[in-house]
Design a protein around this ligand. Structure first.
Ligand code: XMP
Ligand code: MG
Length: 185
């Protein structure tokens, strides 16, 4: 059965990435991860950053053929108004210890890079076997700090996007596509 695709509402300008394109790119990324981790003996710990990464993480993880477990963290980033840039506060940490384990952090989008740079440092300090990062989207024009990304879905221009986990004031997360948004306020 083909489900109806939710139509664009008036504050959504256009579909940037449709559901079929998302599906095939996620399949490609899963294939890369399956290849890269084919020899691991311990499960890969996949750590999703709530809430934006959940759709990407669950689609990706279900295509994996390597031993893996999933876990989540919740964080809040300080305001974008120049104060304390790049400071990240943990609201919820992983349940699993990541010490001596291979870790893959999964994020929805790389913007300034501060969040992932901070998380990488924080995770490295716990002495995992390795830390890699997967992001679904990247806005290269907005980078302020460089952080290595090992698996990336798509580069996008500097516009606000929603859908596939991404939100505007908590709305639109469950859209099956990525749309460009024009905030009214
Ligand atoms: P930094 O700047 O630390 O931030 O790389 C990454 C976080 O910024 C949010 N973000 C967005 N969220 N649509 C969203 O729904 C966007 O276009 C967007 N750009 C940045 C997001 O929370 C991400 O984790
Ligand atoms: Mg986020």
């Amino acid at each position: 059965m083909q489900l109806a695709i939710p139509p664009l509402t008036e504050d959504l300008k256009r579909v940037l990435i449709d559901a079929d394109t998302i599906r095939s790119r996620v399949d490609e990324l899963a294939a890369e991860i399956n290849r890269d981790y084919k020899d691991i003996t311990e499960p890969l710990v996949i750590v999703g950053v709530l809430k934006g990464s959940v759709f990407f993480l669950t689609d990706l993880a279900r295509k994996l053929r390597i031993p893996h477990i999933i876990d989540f963290i919740a964080i809040s980033s300080y305001g974008k108004n120049g104060d304390k840039r790049g400071e990240v506060r943990f609201l919820m940490d992983t349940r699993e210890s990541i010490t001596d384990r291979h870790v893959l952090i999964v994020e929805d989008i790389l913007d300034s890079g501060h969040t992932l740079a901070y998380l990488t440092q924080n995770f490295e300090a716990r002495h995992p076997l390795s830390v890699k990062k997967a992001v679904f989207l990247d806005k290269p024009a907005r980078h302020e700090v460089e952080t290595e990304i090992h698996y990336k879905g798509f580069d996008i221009p500097d516009v606000w996007v929603v859908g596939y986990g991404l939100d505007y004031k908590e709305e639109y997360r469950t859209l099956p596509y990525i749309a460009e948004m024009i905030p009214k306020n």
